[in-house]
Design a protein around this ligand. Structure first.
Ligand code: FES
Length: 584
Protein backbone atom coordinates (compact mmCIF):
# COMPACT_ATOMS: atom_id res chain seq x y z
CA UNK A 1 0.00 0.00 0.00
CA UNK A 2 1.08 3.56 -0.53
CA UNK A 3 -0.12 6.78 0.98
CA UNK A 4 -3.66 7.68 0.07
CA UNK A 5 -3.75 5.53 -3.06
CA UNK A 6 -6.85 3.37 -3.58
CA UNK A 7 -6.67 -0.36 -4.19
CA UNK A 8 -6.47 -1.24 -7.90
CA UNK A 9 -8.66 -4.05 -9.28
CA UNK A 10 -6.68 -7.21 -10.04
CA UNK A 11 -4.11 -6.53 -7.34
CA UNK A 12 -3.91 -8.38 -4.04
CA UNK A 13 -7.03 -7.96 -1.89
CA UNK A 14 -7.24 -4.62 -0.09
CA UNK A 15 -5.71 -4.43 3.34
CA UNK A 16 -5.60 -2.03 6.25
CA UNK A 17 -7.22 1.33 5.68
CA UNK A 18 -8.03 0.33 2.09
CA UNK A 19 -10.49 -2.35 3.26
CA UNK A 20 -14.24 -1.89 3.22
CA UNK A 21 -14.36 1.58 1.73
CA UNK A 22 -17.37 3.77 2.40
CA UNK A 23 -19.37 4.07 -0.78
CA UNK A 24 -19.30 7.55 -2.30
CA UNK A 25 -19.22 6.28 -5.89
CA UNK A 26 -15.50 7.20 -6.16
CA UNK A 27 -13.03 4.82 -4.49
CA UNK A 28 -10.09 7.22 -4.72
CA UNK A 29 -12.12 9.84 -2.93
CA UNK A 30 -13.20 7.28 -0.29
CA UNK A 31 -9.56 6.57 0.59
CA UNK A 32 -8.66 10.25 0.46
CA UNK A 33 -11.49 11.17 2.83
CA UNK A 34 -10.89 8.29 5.24
CA UNK A 35 -7.23 9.16 5.64
CA UNK A 36 -8.03 12.84 6.04
CA UNK A 37 -10.43 12.14 8.88
CA UNK A 38 -8.24 9.68 10.75
CA UNK A 39 -5.31 12.06 10.46
CA UNK A 40 -7.46 14.41 12.50
CA UNK A 41 -6.73 12.06 15.38
CA UNK A 42 -2.99 12.51 14.83
CA UNK A 43 -2.12 9.39 12.82
CA UNK A 44 0.83 9.46 10.39
CA UNK A 45 0.93 7.92 6.93
CA UNK A 46 3.39 5.34 8.29
CA UNK A 47 0.82 4.19 10.88
CA UNK A 48 -1.99 4.19 8.33
CA UNK A 49 -0.07 1.97 5.92
CA UNK A 50 0.08 -0.89 8.44
CA UNK A 51 -2.17 -3.91 8.81
CA UNK A 52 -5.10 -2.92 11.01
CA UNK A 53 -6.10 -4.96 14.07
CA UNK A 54 -9.52 -4.11 15.42
CA UNK A 55 -9.94 -4.51 19.17
CA UNK A 56 -13.52 -4.99 20.34
CA UNK A 57 -13.60 -3.26 23.71
CA UNK A 58 -16.54 -4.32 25.86
CA UNK A 59 -15.70 -2.06 28.78
CA UNK A 60 -18.88 -0.77 30.42
CA UNK A 61 -19.78 0.70 33.78
CA UNK A 62 -22.60 -1.82 33.81
CA UNK A 63 -20.19 -4.72 33.46
CA UNK A 64 -17.82 -5.25 36.42
CA UNK A 65 -16.83 -8.61 34.92
CA UNK A 66 -15.06 -6.50 32.27
CA UNK A 67 -13.67 -3.99 34.77
CA UNK A 68 -10.12 -4.58 33.51
CA UNK A 69 -11.01 -4.36 29.80
CA UNK A 70 -9.36 -0.97 29.29
CA UNK A 71 -6.12 -2.26 30.82
CA UNK A 72 -6.26 -5.29 28.52
CA UNK A 73 -6.85 -3.06 25.49
CA UNK A 74 -3.61 -1.19 26.26
CA UNK A 75 -1.68 -4.46 26.46
CA UNK A 76 -3.24 -5.75 23.23
CA UNK A 77 -2.28 -2.51 21.49
CA UNK A 78 1.30 -2.93 22.71
CA UNK A 79 1.38 -6.46 21.29
CA UNK A 80 -0.06 -5.35 17.96
CA UNK A 81 2.51 -2.56 17.62
CA UNK A 82 5.41 -4.79 18.65
CA UNK A 83 4.37 -7.04 15.75
CA UNK A 84 4.18 -4.10 13.33
CA UNK A 85 0.41 -3.63 13.12
CA UNK A 86 -1.90 -0.69 13.80
CA UNK A 87 -4.36 -1.30 16.67
CA UNK A 88 -7.80 0.29 16.36
CA UNK A 89 -10.04 -0.02 19.39
CA UNK A 90 -13.80 0.11 18.92
CA UNK A 91 -16.78 -0.31 21.26
CA UNK A 92 -19.51 -2.90 21.02
CA UNK A 93 -22.45 -3.88 23.17
CA UNK A 94 -21.40 -5.30 26.53
CA UNK A 95 -23.65 -7.61 28.55
CA UNK A 96 -23.49 -8.41 32.25
CA UNK A 97 -25.66 -11.17 33.69
CA UNK A 98 -27.19 -9.08 36.46
CA UNK A 99 -27.68 -5.93 34.42
CA UNK A 100 -29.60 -7.22 31.42
CA UNK A 101 -33.37 -7.24 31.42
CA UNK A 102 -35.27 -9.49 30.79
CA UNK A 103 -32.21 -11.73 30.39
CA UNK A 104 -28.68 -11.55 29.03
CA UNK A 105 -29.61 -14.29 26.57
CA UNK A 106 -32.25 -12.02 25.07
CA UNK A 107 -29.55 -9.58 23.92
CA UNK A 108 -26.79 -12.12 23.10
CA UNK A 109 -27.88 -12.31 19.46
CA UNK A 110 -28.04 -8.52 19.26
CA UNK A 111 -24.45 -8.33 20.52
CA UNK A 112 -23.41 -10.97 17.97
CA UNK A 113 -24.98 -8.90 15.19
CA UNK A 114 -23.32 -5.73 16.50
CA UNK A 115 -19.94 -7.49 16.63
CA UNK A 116 -20.30 -9.03 13.17
CA UNK A 117 -21.47 -5.87 11.48
CA UNK A 118 -18.87 -3.60 13.10
CA UNK A 119 -16.12 -6.01 12.02
CA UNK A 120 -17.55 -5.88 8.50
CA UNK A 121 -18.24 -2.16 8.44
CA UNK A 122 -14.85 -0.93 9.65
CA UNK A 123 -11.47 -1.59 8.06
CA UNK A 124 -9.64 -4.34 9.94
CA UNK A 125 -7.46 -7.22 8.80
CA UNK A 126 -7.94 -9.14 12.04
CA UNK A 127 -9.86 -8.61 15.24
CA UNK A 128 -9.20 -9.20 18.93
CA UNK A 129 -12.45 -9.97 20.75
CA UNK A 130 -12.29 -9.01 24.42
CA UNK A 131 -15.12 -10.75 26.24
CA UNK A 132 -15.65 -12.45 29.54
CA UNK A 133 -19.08 -12.37 31.14
CA UNK A 134 -21.32 -15.27 30.17
CA UNK A 135 -22.94 -14.16 26.92
CA UNK A 136 -20.16 -11.96 25.62
CA UNK A 137 -17.72 -14.65 24.47
CA UNK A 138 -20.40 -16.63 22.59
CA UNK A 139 -21.80 -13.46 21.04
CA UNK A 140 -18.33 -12.46 19.87
CA UNK A 141 -17.49 -15.88 18.48
CA UNK A 142 -20.84 -16.08 16.69
CA UNK A 143 -20.28 -12.64 15.16
CA UNK A 144 -16.60 -13.28 14.46
CA UNK A 145 -17.34 -16.61 12.78
CA UNK A 146 -19.87 -14.96 10.49
CA UNK A 147 -17.70 -11.92 9.71
CA UNK A 148 -14.89 -14.14 8.48
CA UNK A 149 -11.76 -12.05 9.21
CA UNK A 150 -9.03 -13.61 11.39
CA UNK A 151 -10.33 -13.40 14.96
CA UNK A 152 -8.79 -14.22 18.33
CA UNK A 153 -10.59 -14.35 21.65
CA UNK A 154 -9.24 -12.75 24.82
CA UNK A 155 -11.16 -13.06 28.07
CA UNK A 156 -11.01 -10.66 30.98
CA UNK A 157 -10.20 -13.51 33.37
CA UNK A 158 -11.78 -14.68 36.60
CA UNK A 159 -12.31 -12.63 39.74
CA UNK A 160 -10.49 -13.40 42.96
CA UNK A 161 -12.21 -15.29 45.76
CA UNK A 162 -13.24 -13.57 49.00
CA UNK A 163 -13.45 -14.67 52.60
CA UNK A 164 -16.51 -14.76 54.83
CA UNK A 165 -15.73 -15.48 58.49
CA UNK A 166 -12.61 -17.39 57.35
CA UNK A 167 -14.55 -19.39 54.76
CA UNK A 168 -13.42 -18.94 51.17
CA UNK A 169 -16.29 -17.74 48.98
CA UNK A 170 -16.77 -16.80 45.33
CA UNK A 171 -19.48 -15.94 42.84
CA UNK A 172 -21.71 -17.40 42.19
CA UNK A 173 -22.13 -20.92 43.53
CA UNK A 174 -21.67 -19.46 47.00
CA UNK A 175 -24.16 -16.65 46.20
CA UNK A 176 -26.79 -19.30 45.72
CA UNK A 177 -25.66 -21.38 48.67
CA UNK A 178 -25.82 -18.48 51.11
CA UNK A 179 -29.12 -17.27 49.69
CA UNK A 180 -30.59 -20.77 50.14
CA UNK A 181 -29.33 -20.73 53.76
CA UNK A 182 -31.02 -17.37 54.29
CA UNK A 183 -34.27 -18.62 52.78
CA UNK A 184 -34.10 -21.68 55.03
CA UNK A 185 -33.54 -19.29 58.00
CA UNK A 186 -30.17 -20.90 58.77
CA UNK A 187 -28.50 -17.47 58.64
CA UNK A 188 -29.95 -14.03 59.40
CA UNK A 189 -30.21 -10.82 57.37
CA UNK A 190 -27.02 -9.41 58.92
CA UNK A 191 -24.93 -12.39 57.85
CA UNK A 192 -26.33 -12.55 54.34
CA UNK A 193 -25.61 -8.84 54.00
CA UNK A 194 -22.07 -9.36 55.26
CA UNK A 195 -21.32 -12.17 52.79
CA UNK A 196 -22.63 -9.94 50.00
CA UNK A 197 -19.44 -7.87 50.41
CA UNK A 198 -17.18 -10.88 49.92
CA UNK A 199 -18.71 -12.90 47.09
CA UNK A 200 -17.16 -10.76 44.34
CA UNK A 201 -13.71 -9.83 45.59
CA UNK A 202 -12.40 -8.11 42.44
CA UNK A 203 -13.24 -7.32 38.86
CA UNK A 204 -13.37 -10.30 36.53
CA UNK A 205 -15.70 -13.16 35.75
CA UNK A 206 -17.32 -15.60 38.18
CA UNK A 207 -14.71 -17.64 40.03
CA UNK A 208 -16.28 -21.09 39.59
CA UNK A 209 -16.86 -23.25 36.52
CA UNK A 210 -19.93 -21.23 35.58
CA UNK A 211 -20.78 -20.19 32.05
CA UNK A 212 -18.05 -17.54 31.77
CA UNK A 213 -15.28 -19.92 32.85
CA UNK A 214 -16.80 -22.64 30.71
CA UNK A 215 -16.82 -20.43 27.62
CA UNK A 216 -13.25 -19.32 28.29
CA UNK A 217 -12.15 -22.97 28.45
CA UNK A 218 -14.17 -23.81 25.33
CA UNK A 219 -12.64 -20.93 23.39
CA UNK A 220 -9.19 -22.27 24.25
CA UNK A 221 -10.28 -25.82 23.34
CA UNK A 222 -11.61 -24.53 20.02
CA UNK A 223 -8.16 -23.12 19.27
CA UNK A 224 -9.53 -19.57 18.88
CA UNK A 225 -7.65 -18.35 21.99
CA UNK A 226 -3.98 -18.51 22.92
CA UNK A 227 -2.94 -21.68 24.77
CA UNK A 228 -3.15 -20.95 28.49
CA UNK A 229 -5.42 -17.96 27.86
CA UNK A 230 -8.53 -19.20 29.66
CA UNK A 231 -7.58 -19.29 33.31
CA UNK A 232 -5.28 -16.44 34.50
CA UNK A 233 -7.34 -14.26 36.88
CA UNK A 234 -8.33 -10.74 35.82
CA UNK A 235 -6.04 -8.86 38.17
CA UNK A 236 -2.79 -10.75 37.47
CA UNK A 237 0.28 -9.83 35.48
CA UNK A 238 -0.19 -13.12 33.64
CA UNK A 239 -3.52 -11.87 32.29
CA UNK A 240 -1.88 -8.70 30.97
CA UNK A 241 0.91 -10.68 29.31
CA UNK A 242 -1.69 -12.92 27.63
CA UNK A 243 -3.30 -9.75 26.30
CA UNK A 244 -0.01 -8.48 24.85
CA UNK A 245 0.69 -11.83 23.20
CA UNK A 246 -2.87 -11.90 21.85
CA UNK A 247 -2.28 -8.61 20.06
CA UNK A 248 0.94 -9.87 18.50
CA UNK A 249 -0.68 -13.16 17.51
CA UNK A 250 -3.52 -11.35 15.74
CA UNK A 251 -0.95 -9.77 13.38
CA UNK A 252 0.63 -13.14 12.67
CA UNK A 253 -2.79 -14.68 11.97
CA UNK A 254 -3.23 -12.34 8.99
CA UNK A 255 0.04 -13.54 7.53
CA UNK A 256 -1.03 -17.18 7.98
CA UNK A 257 -4.54 -16.54 6.59
CA UNK A 258 -6.09 -17.97 9.74
CA UNK A 259 -9.73 -17.04 9.23
CA UNK A 260 -12.29 -18.49 11.68
CA UNK A 261 -13.39 -21.24 9.28
CA UNK A 262 -9.82 -22.63 9.30
CA UNK A 263 -9.86 -22.91 13.09
CA UNK A 264 -13.50 -23.52 13.98
CA UNK A 265 -13.82 -26.86 12.19
CA UNK A 266 -15.81 -29.96 13.10
CA UNK A 267 -12.72 -31.34 14.84
CA UNK A 268 -12.33 -28.16 16.88
CA UNK A 269 -15.96 -28.34 18.01
CA UNK A 270 -15.54 -32.02 18.94
CA UNK A 271 -12.53 -31.05 21.04
CA UNK A 272 -14.60 -28.32 22.69
CA UNK A 273 -17.48 -30.69 23.44
CA UNK A 274 -14.99 -33.12 24.97
CA UNK A 275 -13.66 -30.35 27.17
CA UNK A 276 -17.17 -29.21 28.11
CA UNK A 277 -17.84 -32.70 29.47
CA UNK A 278 -14.47 -33.04 31.18
CA UNK A 279 -14.69 -29.72 33.03
CA UNK A 280 -18.24 -30.43 34.27
CA UNK A 281 -19.02 -27.25 32.37
CA UNK A 282 -22.13 -25.13 32.28
CA UNK A 283 -25.13 -26.50 30.40
CA UNK A 284 -25.23 -23.13 28.67
CA UNK A 285 -22.04 -24.19 26.92
CA UNK A 286 -24.06 -26.59 24.74
CA UNK A 287 -26.39 -23.83 23.58
CA UNK A 288 -23.54 -21.44 22.84
CA UNK A 289 -21.38 -24.00 21.03
CA UNK A 290 -24.44 -24.98 18.97
CA UNK A 291 -24.96 -21.34 18.03
CA UNK A 292 -21.31 -20.74 17.10
CA UNK A 293 -21.10 -23.98 15.12
CA UNK A 294 -24.38 -23.14 13.40
CA UNK A 295 -22.79 -20.00 11.94
CA UNK A 296 -20.31 -22.26 10.14
CA UNK A 297 -22.76 -24.91 8.97
CA UNK A 298 -21.88 -27.43 11.67
CA UNK A 299 -24.70 -29.16 13.54
CA UNK A 300 -24.33 -30.60 17.03
CA UNK A 301 -26.06 -33.94 17.56
CA UNK A 302 -27.28 -34.08 21.17
CA UNK A 303 -27.56 -37.86 21.20
CA UNK A 304 -23.99 -38.29 20.02
CA UNK A 305 -22.93 -35.75 22.62
CA UNK A 306 -24.56 -37.98 25.22
CA UNK A 307 -22.63 -40.96 23.83
CA UNK A 308 -19.44 -38.90 24.00
CA UNK A 309 -20.22 -38.24 27.65
CA UNK A 310 -20.15 -41.97 28.39
CA UNK A 311 -16.46 -42.05 27.49
CA UNK A 312 -15.44 -38.67 28.90
CA UNK A 313 -14.94 -38.41 32.67
CA UNK A 314 -15.09 -35.16 34.61
CA UNK A 315 -11.49 -34.30 35.47
CA UNK A 316 -11.59 -30.71 36.69
CA UNK A 317 -12.45 -30.37 40.36
CA UNK A 318 -14.12 -26.95 40.36
CA UNK A 319 -17.36 -25.73 41.89
CA UNK A 320 -20.23 -26.33 41.34
CA UNK A 321 -19.42 -29.97 40.46
CA UNK A 322 -16.27 -30.04 42.65
CA UNK A 323 -14.38 -28.05 45.27
CA UNK A 324 -12.00 -25.50 43.81
CA UNK A 325 -12.07 -22.10 42.07
CA UNK A 326 -10.68 -20.78 38.77
CA UNK A 327 -7.56 -19.32 40.36
CA UNK A 328 -6.77 -22.84 41.64
CA UNK A 329 -7.29 -24.23 38.14
CA UNK A 330 -4.83 -21.65 36.85
CA UNK A 331 -2.22 -22.56 39.47
CA UNK A 332 -2.70 -26.21 38.55
CA UNK A 333 -1.72 -25.50 34.95
CA UNK A 334 -5.07 -24.46 33.49
CA UNK A 335 -6.26 -25.76 30.16
CA UNK A 336 -2.87 -27.05 28.99
CA UNK A 337 -2.88 -29.41 32.01
CA UNK A 338 -6.36 -30.61 31.12
CA UNK A 339 -5.66 -31.01 27.41
CA UNK A 340 -2.52 -33.01 28.21
CA UNK A 341 -4.65 -35.40 30.25
CA UNK A 342 -7.39 -35.57 27.60
CA UNK A 343 -4.89 -36.09 24.79
CA UNK A 344 -6.06 -39.64 23.86
CA UNK A 345 -9.58 -38.29 23.34
CA UNK A 346 -8.77 -35.18 21.30
CA UNK A 347 -8.24 -34.37 17.64
CA UNK A 348 -4.60 -33.35 17.85
CA UNK A 349 -4.47 -32.25 14.22
CA UNK A 350 -6.98 -29.39 14.43
CA UNK A 351 -5.68 -25.79 14.10
CA UNK A 352 -5.16 -22.98 16.60
CA UNK A 353 -4.54 -19.23 16.43
CA UNK A 354 -0.80 -19.84 16.77
CA UNK A 355 -0.68 -21.69 13.44
CA UNK A 356 0.21 -24.84 15.38
CA UNK A 357 -2.04 -27.82 16.09
CA UNK A 358 -3.38 -28.71 19.55
CA UNK A 359 -1.01 -31.69 19.50
CA UNK A 360 1.98 -29.40 18.95
CA UNK A 361 0.77 -27.01 21.65
CA UNK A 362 0.37 -29.85 24.15
CA UNK A 363 3.97 -30.89 23.44
CA UNK A 364 5.17 -27.30 23.88
CA UNK A 365 3.37 -26.97 27.24
CA UNK A 366 5.84 -29.44 28.73
CA UNK A 367 5.40 -32.06 31.40
CA UNK A 368 2.74 -31.77 34.08
CA UNK A 369 3.35 -31.45 37.80
CA UNK A 370 1.70 -32.71 40.94
CA UNK A 371 -1.52 -30.84 41.76
CA UNK A 372 -5.05 -31.57 42.95
CA UNK A 373 -7.37 -29.71 40.61
CA UNK A 374 -6.98 -31.49 37.26
CA UNK A 375 -7.37 -35.19 37.84
CA UNK A 376 -5.80 -37.96 35.79
CA UNK A 377 -7.98 -39.94 33.38
CA UNK A 378 -7.65 -42.96 35.65
CA UNK A 379 -8.83 -41.06 38.74
CA UNK A 380 -11.70 -38.75 37.67
CA UNK A 381 -13.97 -36.87 40.04
CA UNK A 382 -16.96 -38.21 38.12
CA UNK A 383 -16.70 -41.28 35.88
CA UNK A 384 -18.60 -39.94 32.90
CA UNK A 385 -19.43 -36.65 31.28
CA UNK A 386 -21.24 -34.06 33.33
CA UNK A 387 -24.18 -33.63 30.96
CA UNK A 388 -26.82 -36.20 29.98
CA UNK A 389 -29.45 -35.85 27.25
CA UNK A 390 -32.99 -36.99 28.09
CA UNK A 391 -35.89 -38.00 25.86
CA UNK A 392 -39.51 -39.00 26.40
CA UNK A 393 -43.01 -37.72 25.79
CA UNK A 394 -42.33 -34.72 28.04
CA UNK A 395 -39.36 -33.69 25.88
CA UNK A 396 -39.81 -35.08 22.35
CA UNK A 397 -37.05 -32.75 21.13
CA UNK A 398 -34.81 -33.62 24.07
CA UNK A 399 -33.82 -32.07 27.38
CA UNK A 400 -30.60 -32.01 29.35
CA UNK A 401 -29.46 -32.50 32.92
CA UNK A 402 -26.12 -31.74 34.52
CA UNK A 403 -25.80 -35.11 36.19
CA UNK A 404 -22.48 -34.31 37.83
CA UNK A 405 -24.23 -31.61 39.89
CA UNK A 406 -27.36 -33.70 40.66
CA UNK A 407 -28.28 -35.51 43.88
CA UNK A 408 -27.52 -39.22 43.38
CA UNK A 409 -30.68 -40.14 45.29
CA UNK A 410 -32.86 -38.27 42.80
CA UNK A 411 -31.34 -39.56 39.58
CA UNK A 412 -33.99 -42.29 39.37
CA UNK A 413 -37.17 -40.67 40.58
CA UNK A 414 -40.94 -40.68 40.09
CA UNK A 415 -43.03 -37.99 41.69
CA UNK A 416 -46.12 -35.83 41.62
CA UNK A 417 -45.91 -32.65 39.54
CA UNK A 418 -46.32 -29.27 41.22
CA UNK A 419 -46.78 -26.91 38.29
CA UNK A 420 -46.11 -23.19 37.91
CA UNK A 421 -47.45 -21.63 34.70
CA UNK A 422 -44.74 -18.96 34.45
CA UNK A 423 -42.13 -17.07 36.51
CA UNK A 424 -44.69 -14.71 38.03
CA UNK A 425 -46.86 -17.61 39.12
CA UNK A 426 -43.84 -19.27 40.71
CA UNK A 427 -42.78 -16.08 42.50
CA UNK A 428 -46.26 -15.65 43.95
CA UNK A 429 -46.82 -19.19 45.19
CA UNK A 430 -43.55 -21.02 45.82
CA UNK A 431 -43.09 -19.73 49.36
CA UNK A 432 -46.75 -19.86 50.30
CA UNK A 433 -47.08 -22.13 53.32
CA UNK A 434 -50.41 -23.27 51.86
CA UNK A 435 -48.70 -24.64 48.72
CA UNK A 436 -49.39 -28.37 48.43
CA UNK A 437 -45.83 -29.61 48.00
CA UNK A 438 -43.52 -32.16 49.62
CA UNK A 439 -39.93 -33.20 49.13
CA UNK A 440 -40.73 -36.07 46.74
CA UNK A 441 -42.66 -33.87 44.33
CA UNK A 442 -41.35 -32.66 40.99
CA UNK A 443 -41.39 -28.89 40.52
CA UNK A 444 -42.36 -27.88 36.98
CA UNK A 445 -41.95 -24.37 35.58
CA UNK A 446 -43.43 -23.54 32.17
CA UNK A 447 -42.89 -20.69 29.75
CA UNK A 448 -39.24 -19.84 30.37
CA UNK A 449 -38.00 -21.07 26.99
CA UNK A 450 -36.51 -18.94 24.21
CA UNK A 451 -39.89 -17.40 23.30
CA UNK A 452 -41.63 -17.93 26.60
CA UNK A 453 -40.15 -15.38 28.99
CA UNK A 454 -38.73 -14.32 26.44
CA UNK A 455 -34.98 -14.92 26.31
CA UNK A 456 -34.76 -18.28 28.13
CA UNK A 457 -33.94 -16.98 31.61
CA UNK A 458 -31.76 -18.87 34.05
CA UNK A 459 -34.80 -19.58 36.18
CA UNK A 460 -34.54 -23.34 35.73
CA UNK A 461 -32.90 -23.43 39.14
CA UNK A 462 -36.27 -23.19 40.91
CA UNK A 463 -35.84 -22.37 44.59
CA UNK A 464 -36.74 -25.03 47.10
CA UNK A 465 -40.07 -23.93 48.64
CA UNK A 466 -39.32 -22.14 51.91
CA UNK A 467 -41.26 -24.48 54.09
CA UNK A 468 -39.30 -27.44 52.69
CA UNK A 469 -36.00 -25.53 52.95
CA UNK A 470 -36.72 -24.90 56.63
CA UNK A 471 -37.29 -28.63 57.04
CA UNK A 472 -33.81 -29.34 55.63
CA UNK A 473 -34.67 -30.22 52.01
CA UNK A 474 -31.67 -29.29 49.85
CA UNK A 475 -32.61 -30.68 46.42
CA UNK A 476 -35.69 -31.69 44.45
CA UNK A 477 -36.26 -32.72 40.85
CA UNK A 478 -37.01 -29.54 38.93
CA UNK A 479 -38.05 -29.35 35.26
CA UNK A 480 -38.38 -26.41 32.88
CA UNK A 481 -37.83 -25.23 29.33
CA UNK A 482 -35.37 -22.62 30.60
CA UNK A 483 -31.70 -22.52 31.43
CA UNK A 484 -29.70 -22.58 34.63
CA UNK A 485 -26.65 -20.63 35.64
CA UNK A 486 -23.49 -22.63 35.28
CA UNK A 487 -22.79 -21.80 38.91
CA UNK A 488 -25.90 -23.63 40.14
CA UNK A 489 -26.27 -27.26 41.20
CA UNK A 490 -29.13 -29.69 41.80
CA UNK A 491 -31.26 -32.32 40.06
CA UNK A 492 -32.45 -29.92 37.43
CA UNK A 493 -33.81 -30.79 33.99
CA UNK A 494 -33.38 -27.96 31.50
CA UNK A 495 -33.97 -26.94 27.88
CA UNK A 496 -37.14 -29.08 27.54
CA UNK A 497 -37.99 -29.01 23.83
CA UNK A 498 -40.25 -27.93 22.31
CA UNK A 499 -40.85 -25.21 24.86
CA UNK A 500 -44.27 -24.64 26.43
CA UNK A 501 -44.82 -21.29 24.68
CA UNK A 502 -44.99 -22.97 21.26
CA UNK A 503 -47.16 -25.87 22.41
CA UNK A 504 -44.64 -28.45 23.60
CA UNK A 505 -45.89 -31.21 25.89
CA UNK A 506 -44.67 -29.18 28.85
CA UNK A 507 -47.56 -26.76 28.22
CA UNK A 508 -50.05 -29.46 29.13
CA UNK A 509 -48.59 -30.76 32.39
CA UNK A 510 -50.96 -30.29 35.32
CA UNK A 511 -50.34 -30.35 39.06
CA UNK A 512 -50.97 -33.86 40.30
CA UNK A 513 -49.67 -35.59 37.14
CA UNK A 514 -46.86 -38.04 37.75
CA UNK A 515 -43.46 -37.61 36.10
CA UNK A 516 -40.63 -40.13 35.83
CA UNK A 517 -36.97 -39.15 35.57
CA UNK A 518 -34.42 -41.87 34.89
CA UNK A 519 -30.93 -40.66 34.14
CA UNK A 520 -29.69 -44.21 33.63
CA UNK A 521 -32.32 -44.73 30.89
CA UNK A 522 -32.11 -41.10 29.71
CA UNK A 523 -35.86 -40.86 30.23
CA UNK A 524 -38.22 -38.00 31.01
CA UNK A 525 -41.82 -39.17 30.91
CA UNK A 526 -45.15 -37.56 31.72
CA UNK A 527 -47.19 -40.52 32.93
CA UNK A 528 -50.47 -39.83 31.14
CA UNK A 529 -51.96 -41.54 28.10
CA UNK A 530 -51.50 -40.26 24.56
CA UNK A 531 -55.27 -39.76 24.37
CA UNK A 532 -55.28 -37.56 27.47
CA UNK A 533 -52.37 -35.53 26.16
CA UNK A 534 -54.16 -35.03 22.83
CA UNK A 535 -57.34 -34.04 24.66
CA UNK A 536 -55.50 -31.40 26.69
CA UNK A 537 -53.73 -30.05 23.58
CA UNK A 538 -57.07 -29.75 21.80
CA UNK A 539 -58.76 -28.04 24.76
CA UNK A 540 -55.97 -25.48 25.36
CA UNK A 541 -54.53 -24.46 22.03
CA UNK A 542 -51.25 -22.56 22.55
CA UNK A 543 -50.64 -19.46 20.44
CA UNK A 544 -46.89 -18.61 20.22
CA UNK A 545 -46.14 -15.10 21.53
CA UNK A 546 -45.51 -12.23 19.14
CA UNK A 547 -43.92 -8.81 19.65
CA UNK A 548 -45.25 -5.37 18.84
CA UNK A 549 -42.15 -3.71 17.42
CA UNK A 550 -38.37 -3.51 17.19
CA UNK A 551 -35.97 -6.07 18.56
CA UNK A 552 -38.67 -7.69 20.68
CA UNK A 553 -40.68 -8.45 17.53
CA UNK A 554 -37.60 -9.69 15.66
CA UNK A 555 -36.63 -11.89 18.60
CA UNK A 556 -40.02 -13.56 18.99
CA UNK A 557 -40.44 -14.13 15.27
CA UNK A 558 -36.99 -15.49 14.46
CA UNK A 559 -35.43 -17.07 17.55
CA UNK A 560 -34.84 -20.82 17.39
CA UNK A 561 -35.05 -23.51 20.06
CA UNK A 562 -32.17 -24.68 22.25
CA UNK A 563 -31.11 -27.41 19.80
CA UNK A 564 -30.32 -24.66 17.28
CA UNK A 565 -28.47 -22.54 19.78
CA UNK A 566 -31.31 -20.03 20.38
CA UNK A 567 -29.78 -18.13 17.47
CA UNK A 568 -31.90 -16.27 14.95
CA UNK A 569 -32.77 -18.53 12.04
CA UNK A 570 -31.46 -16.00 9.48
CA UNK A 571 -28.05 -15.80 11.15
CA UNK A 572 -27.33 -19.52 10.87
CA UNK A 573 -25.39 -20.85 7.90
CA UNK A 574 -27.56 -21.33 4.81
CA UNK A 575 -26.18 -24.84 4.35
CA UNK A 576 -25.07 -27.41 6.91
CA UNK A 577 -21.98 -29.35 5.95
CA UNK A 578 -21.26 -31.51 9.01
CA UNK A 579 -22.92 -33.13 11.99
CA UNK A 580 -20.86 -33.71 15.10
CA UNK A 581 -19.77 -35.38 17.25
CA UNK A 582 -19.24 -38.33 14.97
CA UNK A 583 -19.65 -41.82 16.44
CA UNK A 584 -16.29 -43.34 17.37
FE1 FES B 1 -20.25 -12.03 34.74
FE2 FES B 1 -20.69 -14.29 36.29
S1 FES B 1 -21.80 -12.40 36.23
S2 FES B 1 -19.24 -13.93 34.74
Amino acid sequence: MSNGKPHKPGMTPPQGMHKGLTNYGDLDFSVFLRRAFIKGAGYTDDALDRLVIGIANTSSAYNPCHGNADQLVEAVKRGVMLAGGLPMEFPTISIHESFAQPTSMYVRNLMSMDTEEMIRAQPMDAVVLIGGCDKTVPAQLMGGASAGVPAISLVTGSMLTGSHRSERVGACTDCRRFWAKYRAEEIDAEEVSSVNNQLVASVGTCSVMGTASTMACLAEALGIMLPGGASPPAVTAERIRIAERTGATAVQMIKHGLTPDKILTGKAFENALRVLLAIGGSTNGIIHLTAIAGRLGIEIDLDQLDAMGEETPVLVDLKPSGQHYMEDFNKAGGMPALLRELKPLLHLDAMTVTGRTPGEEIERSGAGFKQEVVRQLVAPIYPRGGIAVLHGNLAPGGAIIKQSAADVKLMEHEGRAVVFENIQDMAQRIDDDALDVNADDVLVLKNIGPKGAPGMPEAGYLPIPKKLGRAGVKDMVRISDGRMSGTAAGTIVLHVMPEAAIGGTLAYVQSGDRIRLSISRRELTLLISEEELARRAHAHHVEPPTGERGYHKLFLERVTQADQGVDFDFLRAPQFVAKIPRAR
